[in-house]
Every structure is written in structure tokens, then in C-alpha cells.
Ligand binder design. Structure first.
Ligand SMILES: Nc1ncnc2c1ncn2[C@@H]1O[C@H](COP(=O)(O)OP(=O)(O)OP(=O)(O)O)[C@@H](O)[C@H]1O
Length: 652
């Protein structure tokens, strides 16, 4: 007798040892074979049985035309006389439930030819009429597992949250059997954390067996089924019911709206493979049969490839069908999987039965690497990780210091420990003082830096302004009669500060953009008349206007009461130089109205001032700025009296 398959003992025991035993990180898919009894129709047709169970794990196949028997070994073989309760026990589903409670992802799926008893095994027979309940003794694996699980959770002592989802794959479309609206197709997506998953799938929380049974009934009644020659209530879709088991200490869902994290128990009722000639399917039935067969073929292909250890490391075409996508983790991933292969005993069905047996034999050689979530404790947010590491390091250091201070651990005498403690305390005080001193120094440096930055910004503005003025003068000098040139502020608008006078009377020059102070008065040739507005109606000290210091004037000597310490020396120097240049030379800083006279007489530059003059002054001004900056960085500001004459602008 030829023997097939590689059974590995009782599936429950294997599962118990498999996923957790350190010596066995890989565990094979467990396969249980169920042979249903001859149906009334098969008996009526006088069909013979071709299958015989020899022992609890071997099935013997006797070809009707004679020839050698073929034996297949599985984890368990159950003949037609075995009850639903026997099947539930032999499959070790309780053990799977325990694993799911501990965070594993477990799958039970039925496989076989159409009419072989897959749905019967999982959910029992369909109700015999409206309102006629199915006897509890005929309840399938699912109802029995539900009852066991709810009971188990009640006695667990720790709070557990239960959710369920139920979907079908019909003609390669995923449909939510628990959806509140119509059955519309849902997309299957993939990401690194979840693997393949169905987007927008409704996941319903339940707390009682009654609610779960209602969800099951709702799904069963919406699942697509039709009648054909071999089965009056043939399922035309693959159905997946998933229970999510999460403990309250576990992490929240990976994604908002995603399924809860924790253990999973998934029941998959595959649609049966069928020969359309045998089932007599036409039209829609035939289309459904083709879709079912195609997806089962893809599943078989993946299983065959998973058998090859080298191929397993590389590419398995799980993406070939929705079914293989959703079973990818159960077949080749980290799940614990049980397959219940269902066959008809009739010799008429032998070709399909042999096909199922070979399929199941291959499947039980496929291994997975069951893995439960490593830690139920949520990871800290990424941005807190460095802080956490720092705290851990600090903790470690403090512990070691404490150990050193512990007289027993360090072997020091009491006097020496006291001395060490005093010393440490002194050091700590010193460190604190040093720390305080450094803090002060840092804040002083920071304010110096801020002042230097301000000064630099003002000087840069002044240089830009003078360049603009030079540009304007060059333009006027070179242009002949014709339309008035545009205002330089329009050509190159620059921010002004009232430390520097405005160039022209265009609106952008009237107000300082920093302090919003009016700018044009002092620049007006008749500025004497306007000064009260700059100083305000009540001029300080009733000094004659002409004798008053303009607002840009430097502070008086350090001894004087008006000395402003916070203004830097170079700032005042620069401002004063500008003031001198602009007042002595009577350069009208405002350009309009633009001249229409001969090209060589510029009304902008009075008193014979020319472009070369301005260029020279700009050059000198740059020197002045440069030296001021250098002085500001490296030397204490010199007093006005000691200022080098070479740094004063030459007269124009
Ligand atoms: N062990 C069993 N004892 C009694 N009747 C059974 C058994 N298994 C199956 N049957 C009956 O056989 C018929 C077909 O079973 P079932 O619908 O479960 O097959 P199936 O494999 O799910 O078929 P399909 O793939 O077409 O959905 C049903 O009438 C069912 O009640």
C-alpha cells in the first residue's frame, strides 16, 4: 500500500508545542480530514464508497476499477460517523483559541470539492425552514468556538475586548457581510505593519455570545449561495469571519479606524472547487465557478511554492488573487493555521477527492513561524526616545553612584563614607556656583551678540541707501533732457530707518517702516520750520531750534545725563558722519521734482556737488563702516575726542 502525506501527530498537541517551543520555531499547517457520510442522493443513485479510514490518522483510497490502495496520513482523519462535537475536539480549536488569547494570529479554513461538507463542518447545516432552529448538536466549529471563547473570557479575570468582522470574496470582489448598507466592493491594501488588509471593513465590538451569533447569522444570510446539481445550498463565495481579541493593556489600533491589535481567530469557509460539467452550471453559476476555481488554483500554486524552502525565501505570488492576499499570513507568515479538508466518500467524486487529498498533503508540509506581539506595552512617541535614553543613562549613573556610596557594596568604613559625602556635597555646591556664573556670562554674551546684529543690520541699510543715492545721482548726471527718471525708491525699494534720512518725497520715504516716525522734515531745505514737529510741540529745554541736536545726533559725553549707554559707538559715529555730510554739503536727499534743465546742472546736488564727490564720500563712508565694525568687534569704543581724523569724511 502506498502512503502519502507527512502527518505529525495530534494537531492540538502539535500546536501546543509548535509555536512556542524554542526548539521548534517553525510549525506546519495542521490538516484534519473529514469524510462526510453518503448523502441521500448518492445512496439513491447506488454509489459506492471509495474511502476507508484505517486508524485515526490514515485514510485509505480504493480505486473502484481495482488497482493498489493509496493511503494518506493527516493529523486526524474523521469518518462519516463522527459527530460535530468529535470534529471540534479533534481539530484542537480550543487550543487555537488559547493561542489567539495570547496574541497569536490563528486561522481555521475548510477546503474541498463542492458539496463535500465544508460549510456544514464550520457552521452546521442550514435551517430547515423559517424559524426552525438548528439543533445545538449540529452546531459547527464556529458556534462551538464562540461559546467556548465567551466562557473563557468571562473566567479570564482580565478585561478583554472582542471584535468581529465578516467578509466574502465573490467573483474576485471583497464585500463586507456586516456592512450597514449594500454589499459594495472594498479594496484590499497592503502596508508594512498590517500586511494585506481590507480597507473600510466594518469591525463590530461584541460582548455576548448572543450578539456574536446574530453577527454570524447576518453574514450567513447575506453570503452568496445558489443551488446546483451537487448541492442545493452551494456557497458561491469564500467567507472569512475574524474575531479580534485584545487585552486592555495592549496597544491601540496601528491606524485610526484599523482593527484592534492583539490575537486573531479567523474562520475561512472556502467555496468548493467544481467541475462545471458535473455541477451543470451555466451563465452566472459558471462565471462564479470559474472565479472560484481560479482563486483556488492560485491558492494551490502558493502552497506548492511554499513547500520549496528556497522559493519560500523569495517570491510567493500571493497577489494573484484576493483570497491568497488575505490568507498570505496564515499560509506563509506568522500565523497558526489549521486546515479541515472535506471529502465525499462516493466513488463518483474520486477524481475531485484525490485532488483534495493531494492538496491537503502538500498543505501540511507548509510551515509558518508563529509569532505573538512582543510586548503589550505601547512604544513611546519617537520624539521622546532621546529623552528616555538620557533618563535611562542618568538612572544608571545615579545607581552606580549610590552603589559606591553604599558602605556594604563599596567596602568603605562609615567615616570614609561621611567624608566622601561631605566632599560630594562641596563639589556639588561648587558646580552650582560655576553653573550660575556661566549662565550669567552666557546671557551677557547673548545680549552683546544681539546688539552687534542690530548694529550690523543698520549699517547694511545705510550702505545700501547710499549706493542707491549714488545710482540716482549717476542717472541724473548722465541723462539728458527728456522724461523724468523714476524715483530710485521705486526702482529699488529698500527699507529705511529714520536713523538715515529719506531720499525723496515719494510716499515710501515718508515713514520709517520700523518705528513709523515721519522722515522728511529734517531733509527739507526749510527744515528749521519743521523741527518742532520732529521734537514735538514742547521742545526740550526751550533751546532755539537751530541749536537743538537733531534726532540722529550721538549722545553727549559719557558724563552727561543724556548719555545713552545702550547705543553703540559705531552706530552714533556713523549717524553723525551722515548728518554732517548731508547738512554741510546741503545735499537735498529728496529727489523730486525731477529736473528738466540742462544735463550738466543737477538741481539735486547743490553747491557744485558732483557724482565723483558723492562716490568719494561713499568710499570714505564704507571705510568708516568697516573700521567701525572692526572696532565694534575687537576694541572698546573710543571717545569722540580720540577718533582718528583719517576716519572722518573728507569735505566735498
Ligand atoms: N457530516 C455531515 N453529516 C451530515 N450531512 C452533511 C455532512 N456534511 C455535509 N452534509 C450535507 O451535505 C450537503 C453539502 O454540504 P455543504 O453545503 O456543507 O458543502 P460545501 O462543501 O460547503 O459545498 P459548497 O462548496 O458547494 O458550498 C448539505 O446538505 C449538508 O447538510
Amino acid at each position: 500500500m502506498e502512503e502519502r502525506g507527512s502527518p505529525d501527530g495530534d494537531p492540538a498537541r502539535n500546536l501546543e508545542q509548535g509555536p512556542e517551543g524554542p526548539e521548534k520555531p517553525e510549525t506546519p499547517i495542521q490538516v484534519v480530514l473529514r469524510v462526510r457520510p453518503m448523502s441521500a442522493a448518492e445512496l439513491r443513485r447506488g454509489e459506492q464508497s471509495a474511502l476507508h479510514c484505517s486508524g485515526t490518522r490514515t485514510l485509505q483510497v480504493s480505486p473502484p476499477g481495482g488497482g493498489p490502495d493509496v493511503a494518506f496520513r493527516f493529523g486526524a482523519v474523521l469518518d462519516g460517523a463522527r459527530t460535530q462535537e468529535d470534529v471540534f475536539r479533534a481539530c484542537g480549536v480550543r487550543r487555537l483559541g488559547e493561542l489567539a488569547l495570547r496574541g497569536f494570529s490563528c486561522t481555521v479554513f475548510t477546503f474541498g470539492q463542492t458539496g463535500s461538507g465544508k460549510t456544514y463542518t464550520l457552521t452546521g447545516p442550514p435551517p430547515q425552514g423559517e424559524g426552525v432552529p438548528v439543533p445545538p448538536s449540529l452546531a459547527g466549529i464556529m458556534q462551538r468556538t464562540f461559546a467556548w471563547l465567551l466562557d473563557r473570557v468571562q473566567h479570564l479575570g482580565a478585561p478583554v475586548t472582542l471584535h468581529a468582522s465578516y467578509l466574502e470574496i465573490y467573483n474576485e470582489q471583497v464585500r463586507d457581510l456586516l456592512s450597514l448598507g449594500s454589499l459594495r466592493p472594498l479594496p484590499v491594501r497592503w502596508n508594512k505593519t498590517r500586511g494585506f488588509y481590507v480597507e473600510q471593513l466594518r469591525v463590530v465590538e461584541f460582548g455576548s455570545l448572543g450578539t456574536l451569533m446574530e453577527l454570524l447569522q447576518m453574514g450567513l444570510s447575506r453570503r452568496r449561495s445558489s443551488a446546483h446539481t451537487l448541492n442545493q445550498a452551494s456557497s458561491r463565495s469564500h467567507a472569512l469571519l475574524t474575531l479580534y481579541i485584545s487585552h486592555q493593556t495592549q496597544m491601540p489600533p496601528v491606524e485610526p479606524g484599523g482593527p484592534p491589535t492583539g490575537g486573531k481567530l479567523c474562520f475561512v469557509d472556502l467555496a468548493g472547487s467544481e467541475k462545471v460539467t458535473a455541477t451543470g452550471s451555466h451563465g452566472e453559476l459558471m462565471l462564479e465557478a470559474n472565479s472560484i476555481n481560479r482563486s483556488l488554483l492560485a491558492l494551490g500554486h502558493c502552497i506548492s511554492l511554499l513547500l520549496d524552502p528556497q522559493r519560500k525565501q523569495s517570491h510567493i505570488p500571493f497577489r494573484d488573487s484576493k483570497l491568497t492576499k488575505l490568507l498570505a499570513d496564515s499560509l506563509g507568515g506568522r500565523g497558526v493555521t489549521l486546515m479541515v479538508a472535506c471529502v465525499s466518500p462516493s466513488a463518483q467524486c474520486l477524481p475531485e477527492t484525490l485532488s483534495t487529498l493531494r492538496y491537503a498533503s502538500r498543505a501540511q508540509r507548509v510551515t509558518t513561524r508563529p509569532q505573538a506581539p512582543k510586548s503589550p506595552v505601547a512604544k513611546p512617541p519617537r520624539h521622546l526616545e532621546p529623552e528616555l535614553l538620557q533618563l535611562q543613562e542618568e538612572n544608571r549613573l545615579l545607581r552606580s553612584q549610590l552603589r559606591q556610596m553604599d558602605p556594604k557594596a563599596s567596602g568603605l568604613s562609615g567615616a570614609r563614607v561621611a567624608w566622601a559625602q561631605r566632599n560630594l556635597y562641596g563639589m556639588l555646591q561648587e558646580f552650582m556656583l560655576e553653573n550660575e556664573r556661566l549662565r550669567k556670562e552666557k546671557s551677557q554674551l547673548q545680549s552683546s551678540w544681539d546688539l552687534a546684529c542690530d548694529e550690523q543690520r543698520i549699517l547694511a541699510q545705510q550702505v545700501q541707501d547710499l549706493e542707491r543715492r549714488l545710482f540716482s545721482a549717476c542717472y541724473l548726471h548722465q541723462s539728458g533732457p527728456g522724461p523724468a527718471p523714476p524715483c530710485p525708491c521705486v526702482m529699488a525699494p529698500l527699507p529705511l530707518c529714520h536713523a538715515l534720512p529719506s531720499l525723496c518725497s515719494c510716499p515710501c520715504c515718508h515713514l520709517c517702516p520700523l518705528c513709523r516716525a515721519p522722515l522728511a522734515h529734517w531733509a527739507c531745505p526749510r527744515r528749521e520750520l519743521h523741527l518742532p514737529q520732529v521734537f514735538g510741540p514742547q521742545a526740550p529745554g526751550d533751546v532755539p531750534l537751530s541749536a537743538r541736536r537733531p534726532p540722529w545726533a550721538p549722545p553727549r559725553s559719557p558724563g552727561s545725563a543724556n548719555y545713552l549707554r545702550e547705543r553703540s559707538h559705531s552706530h552714533w559715529t556713523q549717524t553723525q558722519v551722515l548728518a554732517e555730510v548731508l547738512t554741510k554739503e546741503e545735499v537735498v536727499p529728496s529727489a523730486p521734482p525731477m529736473p528738466m534743465g540742462p544735463p550738466n546742472t543737477s538741481p539735486v546736488l547743490r553747491g557744485g556737488a558732483t557724482v565723483p564727490n558723492l562716490a568719494r564720500r561713499l568710499e570714505a563712508l564704507r571705510d568708516q563702516i568697516g573700521s567701525s565694525l572692526r572696532r565694534g568687534r575687537s576694541q572698546p569704543p573710543p571717545s569722540e575726542g580720540t577718533r582718528s581724523p583719517s576716519r572722518v569724511l573728507p569735505p566735498c
